[in-house]
Structures are given as C-alpha cells and as structure tokens.
Design a protein around this ligand. Sequence first.
Ligand SMILES: Cc1ncc(COP(=O)(O)O)c(C=O)c1O
Length: 395
Amino acid sequence: MAGIAPNARSRRIEESATLAISAQAAAMRQRGVDVVSLGAGEPDFPTPGPIAAAGIQAIEQGNTRYTAAAGVPKLRAAGARWLRATFGLDYEPAEVMVCAGAKAALHMALAALVEPGDPVLILAPHWVSYPALVTMADGVPAVVPAVPEQGFVHDAATIAAAVRRHGARGLVLNFPNNPSGAVPTRAQLQAIVDVARELDLWLVSDEIYGTLLYDGAVHVSPAALPGGRERTLVVSGFTKSHTMTGWRTSFLAGPQPVIDACGRIQSQVLGNACTISQAAMLTACEVPLPDDQARRQRAFGERRAFLLEALADIPGLALPAPRGAFYALVDARALGRARGLDDVTMARQLLEQHRLAVVPGSAFAAPGFLRLSYAVSLDQLREAISRLRAYAEAK
Ligand SMILES: Cc1ncc(COP(=O)(O)O)c(C=O)c1O
C-alpha cells in the first residue's frame, strides 16, 4: 500500500522563501555562527504596552471564549472608525470583519472572489505568498513583470494589456509594496482603478503597510477613489505598524455581500480570530500611541537614510528609494552581470561566505535584486552593510 500523499494543489504550494531564509539563518545562529539576518519582515520593537495589557486583561477577566466569526461587534465598529480616520475609507461596521492576520484576510478574500480557474493578476515585485494564496483559492496566478524603470509602479496600459492577455478577473494590489517600498501617486492609482472599472475586475488591496511612509509619501486606498469602493476588498491592520505579528489579527473591509461571504468561510475554517487578540486590537484602534509611533517612524527613517547613503557608493549595487514599508530592494543586476551570477546565487554566497541573510529578488519575481529588511537595529544594519560591501568589493 502506498500510504497517503499530498494532492496536486498542495504540491504546487512552495514554502515561503522569506521564512525559509530566516529559518536557515536561525539554524546557523544556533550552531554558533554570527549571522546578520535581514530576511524577516518583522519589526524589532515590542508590541506597545497598552496593547499587550489589553490582552492580559482579557485573559484575567475571562474574555477567552468564542466570538462571532466575523469578530466582536465593538471591534468591527472601531475598525470602521479607524479606517475612516486613517485612510478616509467609508465603511459600516458590517462591512468590516476581523481576521487572523493579513495573510488570513487575503485567504478569505480570495476564497470568496475567485471562481475556479480564474486568472488573477499579481504585479511584480510581489509579496511571496500571493501566488500560493491564489492557487489555494483555485485561481491561476498571472504575474505581470516588474517595471523598475518606472519606480515599480505599473501604468494603466501595461495592466490593461496583461488583463486582456490572461483573461484576468481580478487584481491583487499591495501598496506600500513589499518588497519595493513603492507607493503610487493618487493619479497612478486612479488610472489602475479606472482599468479595473473598464474591464470589470475585482481588486484585493493589501494595505498592511499603509501607515509606514517616508519622504512625504501619502497612502491612498483604491477603495477611497471614484469607482474603487464597490470593487475592492481592503486588507489592513496593525501587525506591521504595531508589532502585532504574533497576535494574528487584521481587518478585511468591502461591500457587505462579499464580507458576509468571507465571514461564512471564516466561520467554517477558523471560527473567529483569537478573542484575546481582538481585545488587544480594540486598544490599538482606540488608544492613540503617538510616542510609540513617532519612535518607530524615526528609527525606520534613520535606517532607511543610512541604507540610501551606504548603497550609493557600493560598486555594482543601487537602491531605488523606498517610499513605504521597511524594505530596501537593492538593484544588484550590475554586480550579477559582472560576475555572471543570478540573485539566488548571490544571496547564497552572502549567507555562506559573509554570514549575511537577505532574500533573493527572484522570490518576489524581481530577478537580479536583493531584498534587505530594515526592521533591525542600526548597529545590525551597519554590520550588514559592511558585509555586503566586502562581498561587492571582493575581486
Ligand atoms: C505584503 C504583506 N502582506 C501580508 C503579510 C502578512 O501579514 P500578517 O502577519 O498580518 O498576516 C505580510 C508579511 O510579511 C506582507 O509583507
């Protein structure tokens, strides 16, 4: 007897490249190797005290039972207020549900929107999980190549041509972008929304980095633009901005019939997002933490400025200025060409020869690039850059 085997769909799902690199770096560290890891997309600050305290209080008060699948009504209402105050989005509480992290929100959104076999456009460079999430929803991921020469923001004509070529029914957007840090202007985004309207596409907009911005960049949600709200599901929350990564909470907002469908799916596969975490998220919505947020903003700003300056004079490398999130997508194409190496090999050599973990751009459909996360201390970043420089300058 052959025993059990994973099905064809699960065989198409690859392990997350970023988690794999972080795990490899952690294993080396455990063996006593002093690895600097710029692999993980997780802030190095703790969850703010008042948010953590709300979770502790929930436990102490016995607020530890099931909630409604779509989340505690009070939190859905607070989410609607927070989305309005933060991004100018106009949702009723019934149009906002609570999910277990942006990842789970994306899964519910795609499970509710994708018809089996639907092509779904994903704009490169893209966060590693989108193709797998589309595959899990029985859709077919169709990746539109990256446009580094356009600051990583696709123009409407390119997107429209790709929609027609693939017969796409939907489009996943992610601004501020992981890995490029791209933030489109309002006009650029409006042009994308206009394409979606013209070609009758749904949009899933992953805005998990929506409050992490630099150089005066402004985050605009497609759902806040004319023609956007009725065809968009917005994914948002505090995992990245408030280091609530382990709490597993997020908001998913959109037209009520689709949110109701997402709620039904969630009720069957998950139940509710962790009750204790929902109490903590309510505090994140309702209690402004200006000092904490300013401290983070300052730290990320310093690190980003350091990287921009340092990478300006490392041979073969260049850094297009990221405008949001906390990633630097380093253009290593010149170095790769000079050495006859691809980005995967360069990342492997950096880890093995210089004990520096970065993620090869290929993991994000940006071959020739290397992604550095600057959610680490400035000291670590300095050490990382000296290792990167040693690698790039080696004969
Ligand atoms: C673009 C993007 N979306 C979603 C996620 C997942 O976030 P969460 O921890 O809220 O599930 C990440 C995490 O790296 C991300 O970079």
